[in-house]
Write a protein that binds this ligand. Structure first.
Ligand code: HSE
Length: 428
């Protein structure tokens, strides 16, 4: 077969793009460093804006300026990269940039999760483009995979470890010998944790990421509060031993799942993970995502979920995608599913306050260990959502131990759907 010579001809070098970088923390410095080490990428950091003029930085002070707004109207900049910590300030900047029809890359998951729908509308109204691969799972290309590759194929389920810091702490504690406090301090030292680490440990950070994944995986725009988030602040050696006695590990897992009736549920909780799961071996600050697609079957993505270089690498990938004219399609938002919370979930709850057990109103209890202060059984997902703050304040620790199960009318609909599938000779 003749070879098409045009395919083998060297391509012209990409025209260099000028970046306006807003923020020079862990991610900003990670990107800057990557571009220094990799000049062939043809991206140049032309202007850098930071907040605090007095902070000592690894570059000469003359390279920094302090008015982010000044970058918005600088048309010599091809793209703005927003990587600041403050979600409200980030939102104002991104909105102003999109109103001017600009190209923007951000890593600010809390800001995106709170305002995603508005930001999508702004892009459509003004012709700007916003990419944010770095906001979820650091270096793993999960948003682009969902949006571009699985934009048409229905997904049954997505399960993932989306927070590097809590995974790092769980790994250290699981290996024994390290307590929660020192393990968290190390995660902070390594630059994995948020400035406020309770966002990591209380599962607020992975909740934001789950909201973004729900939009791309299912076309479902959720408010962050609609997603149950239970963290690991109350974890103890008793809980690690409980999991180990079953040959399992505790991981903070985000679960997005399409139910048999087509509705979708989303939650982030500590969960027992056994060796049969690809997530079992996702340790340290690594993240992992298991996708179950109707036709493609199961896929597993694993990579570094936090840190300057991995996250900077995701920003660079977005810059390159923008230069090729890529924008998210949000294809599934054309026919979004309904969000479901009328489900029961099997949990392990450890608390020294019996009234918290009463509060959750277990519908079924399969195990109780008074000496260790835990109970295992089914509770309503809605109760956990309602009482999560109280449970957290009182130091209760909860681990998901089993599948979700529908209740009430949803249970009847599920039974009917299962029977129909069986009649048709198919399984779920
Ligand atoms: N604090 C986050 C984490 C950083 O630990 O995963 C990456 O989003």
């Amino acid at each position: 077969m003749p070879i098409n010579a045009a395919l083998l001809a060297p391509t012209a070098p990409a025209q260099s793009w000028r970046i306006g970088l807003i923020g020079f923390g862990c991610v900003g410095q990670g990107l800057y460093d990557i571009l220094q080490q990799h000049p062939a990428s043809s991206f140049e950091v032309a202007r850098i804006v930071v907040k605090n003029p007095d902070k000592v930085r690894p570059l000469p002070a003359a390279q920094f300026e302090f008015e982010a707004e000044a970058l918005l109207d600088d048309n010599t900049l091809d793209v703005l990269v927003e990587v600041i910590d403050d979600a409200d300030a980030a939102f104002r900047l991104v909105v102003a940039a999109l109103r001017r029809g600009r190209r923007v890359v951000t890593a600010n998951k809390a800001m995106l999760a709170r305002h995603l729908l508005e930001l999508v509308d702004l892009q459509r109204a003004h012709g700007g483009t916003l990419l944010y691969e770095a906001a979820v799972c650091g270096s793993i290309p999960v948003i682009r995979t969902l949006d571009a590759y699985f934009g048409t194929e229905p997904l049954r389920q997505l399960t993932g470890i989306l927070n590097g810091s809590s995974n790092y702490v769980l790994t250290r504690m699981g290996e024994g010998g390290t307590d929660y406090g020192p393990a968290l301090a190390r995660a902070q030292q390594l630059g994995f944790a948020e400035t406020d680490p309770s966002l990591d440990m209380g599962a607020f950070d992975p909740r934001s990421k789950a909201v973004l994944l729900a939009a791309h995986a299912y076309g479902l725009f959720l408010e962050p509060e609609q997603v149950l988030n239970l963290g690991i602040e109350g974890i103890s050696a008793t809980d690690i031993a409980f999991a180990a006695s079953r040959g399992e590990k505790i991981k903070v897992v985000a679960g997005l799942q399409r139910l048999l009736d087509g509705r979708v549920t989303a939650l982030v909780t500590p969960q027992l993970v056994g060796p049969e799961s690809p997530l079992f071996g996702v340790d340290e600050e690594f993240n992992g995502v298991v996708l179950e697609a109707d036709f493609a079957g199961e896929q597993f993505l694993r990579g570094r979920g936090a840190g300057g270089h991995p996250t900077g690498s995701a920003v660079l990938a977005d810059l390159a995608a923008l230069r090729q004219g890529f924008a998210y399609h949000y294809a599934k938002t054309a026919a979004p599913p309904t969000h479901a919370t009328d489900l029961e979930i099997e949990i392990y709850l450890r608390t020294d306050e019996p009234r918290l057990i009463d509060l959750l109103d277990f519908s079924e209890v399969s195990e109780e260990a008074d000496e260790d202060g835990y109970v295992v059984g089914y509770v309503a997902l809605a109760h956990l959502i309602t009482h999560r703050d109280l449970l957290r304040e009182h130091g209760a620790f909860i681990v998901r131990t089993g599948q979700l199960r529908p209740v009430g009318e949803a249970a009847e609909a599920t039974e009917a759907a299962e029977a129909a599938l069986e009649t048709a000779g198919r399984s779920w």
